[in-house]
Design a protein around this ligand. Structure first.
Ligand code: RIB
Ligand code: CA
Length: 312
């Protein structure tokens, strides 16, 4: 029985590859895709989500626009990483598939209200504004949520937008605090792990060798996306953050982590958005998430390539 999921996203090249992976995986049933402001403003993230669905040949996918700014702060974007469009690389035609009229948060609430207990997995790939707003407005929807598996945070790796904060958490730390305090089963895919999932040349070549539009686009997006991280970290390739969330749902055995307490810094300007992970369990704070520290990177890319290769 496929697992019902909602992908909450701010495409973003890595978000785009995560969506392609999800739409090519029979283990998953994508109930809908909800766009949030993050890497680029909302008008672009909702448009990019539809571009990816059309690239995947799935124009009937329900795509919704959600929150255009964090719950209480000004939006911070990441064009320096993803380009002005958020999907820089080859120019892509504007989507023709419709954007759903309903606000993403209202749709998440309605969908969860109507769902069976513990039947929906939420997969946030961007700032947590939509998810936190839905949980705040309708706390009763928790009954329908089996698990939240999100990309965000970092501990040993520090931050990627400030010395201590990862971008998704940093953009809306209040939203992150709400999600991490919701008492729901939560699995976190942080920089500690995604920085071990690098787009090396052989891995990108495998995408290009597919000889398909999806393969070519994935290779082009990773070519564009990796220039920032390679310059910054001197690494061979860039971390392919968001697809690890989807890969975890399909093959969790590729990942290892610890059930620990993670709190979000929302007060200090210096460390705003830091995920304060009690990895060594030095406090008596109750564990609230499974914090993933490592992955089988070859196994991850093998899974990703095998699924993307199913697109004609
Ligand atoms: O820090 C990496 C995260 O921020 C990824 O989800 C990327 O798409 C951006 O949203
Ligand atoms: Ca993202």
């Amino acid at each position: 029985m496929p697992r019902d999921i909602i992908i909450d996203t701010d495409p973003g090249q890595d978000d785009a590859i995560a969506i392609l992976l999800a739409l090519a995986s029979p283990e998953l049933n994508v109930l809908g895709i909800t766009a949030v402001a993050g890497n680029v403003p909302l008008p672009l993230t909702q448009k990019n989500a539809r571009i990816v669905c059309e690239l995947a040949g799935k124009p009937d996918t329900l795509v919704f626009a959600g929150c255009d700014a964090p719950m209480t702060r000004k939006l911070v974007t990441a064009e320096h990483v993803h380009g002005k469009s958020g999907l820089d690389g080859p120019q892509l035609a504007d989507p023709t598939m419709p954007l759903q009229d309903q606000h993403a948060v209202d749709w998440i609430i309605d969908t969860c209200r109507a769902a069976a207990p513990a039947s929906i997995t939420l997969c946030p790939l961007g700032p947590l504004t939509n998810i936190a707003t839905a949980l705040t407005r309708a706390p009763e929807i928790k009954h329908a949520i089996a698990e939240i598996v999100l990309m965000g945070g970092g501990y040993f790796e520090g931050g990627n937008i400030t010395p201590t904060a990862e971008f998704n958490i940093y953009v809306d730390p209040e939203a992150a605090h709400i999600v991490f305090s919701a008492g729901l089963p939560l699995t976190v895919m942080p920089l500690d792990m995604t920085h071990k999932a690098l787009t090396t040349k052989p891995r990108i070549d495998a995408f290009r060798a597919m000889g398909t539009k999806v393969g070519d686009m994935t290779a082009a997006w990773t070519d564009f996306f990796e220039r920032f991280d390679m310059e910054k970290y001197g690494s061979e390739g860039a971390p392919l953050h968001d697809p690890t969330v989807i890969a975890y749902l399909i093959q969790p055995e590729l990942f290892t982590g610890r059930h620990i307490n993670v709190e979000i810094e929302t007060q200090s300007d210096l460390t705003l958005g830091m995920t304060v992970a009690d990895w060594w369990r030095v406090t008596d704070r109750a564990p609230n998430c499974t914090f993933i520290g490592d992955l089988d990177a070859d196994g991850f890319y093998k899974l990703l390539a095998s699924r993307l290769a199913t697109y004609s």
